[in-house]
Design a protein around this ligand. Structure first.
Ligand SMILES: [Mg+2]
Ligand SMILES: [Zn+2]
Length: 221
């Protein structure tokens, strides 16, 4: 297992990605598995523009720059892609389950037209008060998708713009990357304030994808 050894709490540059040391983490787990086979993407703030008032229609679903290309490159490299997204908007009664699924389906369709493939989308409809097992930071969505699609979570990476994405990924035993799109910058400040570590930081999904691919290709037998 390769780890980037750095001073605790500091961020060091690795290309366009800041990789954080893992050596100080209680679990002693590496920040990034050397060979990634599957990618779990958060949706809002990673693939599309995050809206404080939620995505409530396809018109409000706006792909972030470089996203479709990054997904196509990960797909071409043979990685399996999944989307895991909290959609409390459903149980808040603002958007129906059918509409969320339809929006996700259109997203998958546009991705496929751009040469990418998202194998499956899983979402949590619950509000945080419902204390379910699937709302991130719980790892339920990741664990269930992994079971359904025979994904080895140790060779998977979670890419998200929230601390809850990082926590869900770490709880599932995945590598994790926090992107600076969406809520990313605020969430990184939050993570730093609470001393969270053990995740990589990338400017956006394109940079995260490049990091994953470079690392995976470099370590492929
Ligand atoms: Mg998000
Ligand atoms: Zn849930």
């Amino acid at each position: 297992m390769q780890t980037e050894r750095m001073r605790s709490g500091r961020i060091a540059r690795v290309g366009s990605v800041h990789a954080r040391s893992l050596s100080e983490r209680p679990q002693g787990r590496a920040a990034m598995a050397t060979c990634i086979r599957a990618v779990f993407l958060d949706r809002d703030g990673v693939i599309n523009v995050n809206r404080a008032d939620y995505v409530k229609s396809w018109e409000e679903f706006e792909f972030l720059p470089g996203t479709l290309d990054a997904i196509a490159r990960l797909t071409s490299a043979g990685l399996s892609l999944f989307v895991v997204t909290n959609q409390a908007v459903v149980n808040r009664g603002m958007v129906s389950q059918q509409l969320v699924e339809w929006i996700n389906g259109r997203m998958q369709h546009v991705v496929e037209k751009s040469g990418g493939r998202i194998t499956a989308v899983a979402y949590c409809p619950h509000r945080s008060e419902e204390a379910c097992k699937c709302r991130k930071p719980q790892p339920g969505l990741l664990v269930e998708l992994a079971r359904q699609h025979s994904v080895d979570l140790a060779n998977a990476v979670v890419i998200g713009d929230g601390v809850s994405d990082i926590e869900a990924g770490q709880a599932a035993g995945c590598s994790t990357i926090l992107v600076m799109t969406g809520r990313g910058r605020d969430q990184l400040a939050l993570a730093d304030a609470s001393g969270k570590d053990g995740f990589a930081v990338a400017a956006d999904l394109a940079a995260a994808a490049e990091f994953v691919l470079r690392r995976t290709l470099a370590n492929a037998g």
